[in-house]
Design a protein. Structure first.
Length: 623
């Protein structure tokens, strides 16, 4: 038989259950605007009855119920949806960062027409064209100098703008790394607290909400995946690397580099291995700094260096109105003082490398002449060396085009004397220096006796920069040592030319070694560079460079904008679905509170009735 006081106990449990439901609804309302909060619900079950079928009981149908019991307070959460949101979040932040910075890069190239690098270079060519028609004019010489100064100023300004964006990105990278380390540390600390709470039978909903919120914030910074095969070991991976494992988090550090303009690379502090991130804002920032901005600056440096080198090549061989010759029009700064290009690359005090930018053959070639030779040229490329085959029926132009069409980082052309020129372009890898020829080899005779660059054929006679005095492998060819990094940052007109405008050379020396007043051949040759195939990296002419650069920036900016709009739409849909599942609806919670309040009042009334019954039983029975 049930106890006489069983009704009081049943009512008490009902009061406790409804009170907790009211409290939970109030907790939901209080956190309706809390970011990352998931609404909670109380799971209620019937309390175990007095009798069980396997025990003796009175012969009556059914069991005597004992009221209600709170089973758990749980979050309303769709875990599969959450994992999808985490996976997509890094894509949204990746394209957001790229769209932001490409807007800044586009503004660098969207200069007013009259002050852009392209406009100033056109005016510079026009100045030389005018000088070629009036070689005796000092005004025409002054125009060349003035337009040259405007051009160098615009080039330096463009470099400073691009470099400023790269510096800003570098600062963002350092700040983002600190955020990643802080968030991973907080998640690891929460893991420890959650495990402790679960160990004593609690369901730490608010702690898990906080952890999920931090994981989503972390997914904005780096691409992460979450796994939890063991309930007590919550793990976060990024690109195959463990970032958080239970209560332990790994840290990302910054390690300085000599190359790459001094920018730091990302490393794992525990193993010192380089850290790579493909997505999130950190992945976008590193890609922007080390690929996009570096590529833009390298292209500008390539154009500037080739432009100055070509103009100087003609100018130093020409004669000014004052009969001065041998002057460069633009100032060039060599990376090293050693005339043979020898350099101590590893810093051990011994010269171990050769830094050569340009090699010019000794023989005069004809573009349309068949070479009558067969062999294979090997040149340094983006990843390892590239090979260029040539055949007896090839023309000189065919071999040059084949060299330039490869993935090699050495380009070729014929100079004003029809000599074969090999020039280095910027390296795609930060481990290798820019504007340095690293390897030249020929299994046949094209680069040896035909072009006059190498002394002999085969690997034993190859030019390789990984040794000092590598120029000894050249067969009397002229060479130029590599320039100081970022020539677009320091390009300027030679002060000797600026101080005496008559030093601007427009003529070539006559038989007496002087300049004729009416000779403008040198000025014509410089002006003709505007549309000459001079190989500025992968572009053939200066006009190709400007067209390709603006097109590339515009297309990448458009891609970032379109991808961001698409990703925003995807994330808006996912977040709307999550809000419909996990978000707090104030009206719904208020309705529940009213329902739970009525239940609480009914339970209180039930206890009052039970109290009256007990009072009658105890105090009045038998009176």
């Amino acid at each position: 038989m049930a106890s006489s006081f069983a009704g009081i106990e049943l009512g008490k449990r009902s009061l406790q259950s409804h009170s907790l439901q009211i409290q939970t609804a109030g907790h939901n309302i209080s956190n309706a605007d809390t970011e990352g909060y998931s609404r909670q619900r109380v799971t209620v079950k019937t309390f175990d009855p007095i009798y069980r079928p396997d025990l003796e009981r009175e012969m009556r149908p059914g069991q005597i119920g004992q009221g209600t019991d709170v089973e758990s307070v749980s979050r309303i959460k769709d875990e599969l949806l959450e994992s999808r949101i985490v996976a997509q979040t890094n894509e949204e932040s990746y394209w957001s960062v790229r769209e932001k910075y490409y807007s800044m890069i586009e503004s660098v190239y969207n200069e007013p027409e009259d002050i852009s690098v392209r406009a100033n270079m056109d005016k510079f060519w026009e100045g030389w064209q005018e000088l070629s028609m009036y070689p005796e004019s000092e005004a025409a010489r002054q125009a060349v100098i003035t337009r040259g100064e405007s051009l160098t100023n615009s080039i330096r300004q463009q470099y400073n703008s691009l470099s400023g964006i790269a510096n800003q990105i570098n600062g963002d990278i350092e700040a983002t790394v600190r955020q990643v380390n802080d968030l991973s540390g907080q998640i690891a600390a929460l893991n420890s607290e959650i495990v402790k709470s679960r160990a004593v039978g609690d369901n730490p909903n608010d702690l898990m909400d906080r952890r999920d919120y931090l994981v989503e914030k972390l997914a904005n910074l780096v691409n992460v995946t979450v796994t939890q095969k063991d309930p007590d070991e919550f793990m976060i991976h990024t690109d195959g690397q463990i970032l958080v494992q239970g209560s332990v988090s790994r840290k990302i550090g910054l390690e300085g580099q000599i190359d790459n303009n001094g920018y730091s690379k990302l490393v794992w502090t525990d193993t010192k291995a380089e850290a790579y991130f493909k997505g999130g804002s950190l992945g976008a920032l590193v890609e922007l700094r080390d690929k996009d901005l570096k590529g833009q600056i390298q292209n500008l440096n390539t154009m500037t260096l080739n432009f100055a080198d070509l103009v100087n090549d003609v100018h130093r061989n020409a004669v000014g109105k004052n009969n001065v010759t041998g002057l460069d029009f633009f100032v060039q700064h060599d990376f090293i003082e050693n005339a043979r290009g020898n350099y101590d690359r590893n810093g051990d005090g011994t010269e171990d490398s050769s830094y050569i930018f340009r090699i010019t053959g000794t023989n005069s070639l004809k573009m349309q002449e068949q070479i009558g030779l067969a062999g294979k040229i090997t040149l340094n490329g983006r990843s390892g060396n590239v090979e260029v085959e040539y055949f007896p029926t090839d023309k000189v132009e065919d071999v040059i085009n084949r060299i330039n069409d490869t993935d090699g980082e050495v380009k070729a052309y014929l100079d004003r004397n029809n000599s074969l020129v090999l020039k280095a372009v910027p390296s795609s890898s930060s481990e290798n220096p820019d504007f340095v020829i690293r390897h030249v080899e020929d299994s046949g005779l094209f680069l040896t006796g035909y072009a006059g660059i190498l002394k002999g054929s085969g690997a034993e006679n190859a030019y390789d920069f990984n040794t000092s005095d590598a120029v000894d492998s050249l067969s009397g060819a002229q060479y130029c040592v590599a320039p100081v990094a970022n020539p677009s940052a320091y390009i300027e007109i030679n002060p000797a030319v600026k101080n005496d405008i008559n030093s601007v050379a427009s003529a070539f020396a006559n038989v007496q070694g002087f300049a004729d007043d009416s000779d403008g051949r040198a000025a014509v040759e410089i002006a003709a560079m505007r549309n000459t195939k001079v190989m500025i990296g992968t572009q053939r002419t200066f006009d190709d460079y400007f067209a390709d650069t603006v097109t590339e920036v515009g297309l990448k900016g458009e891609q970032a904008e379109n991808q961001l709009l698409s990703q925003n739409k995807i994330m808006d849909d996912l977040r709307t679905i999550r809000d419909s599942i996990s978000g707090v609806n104030i009206d719904e919670e208020l309705a529940d509170i009213i329902k739970f309040q009525h239940g609480y009042n009914a339970a209180a009334k039930f206890i009052t009735v039970q109290d009256a019954l007990l009072d009658t039983l105890i105090n009045r029975l038998g009176v």
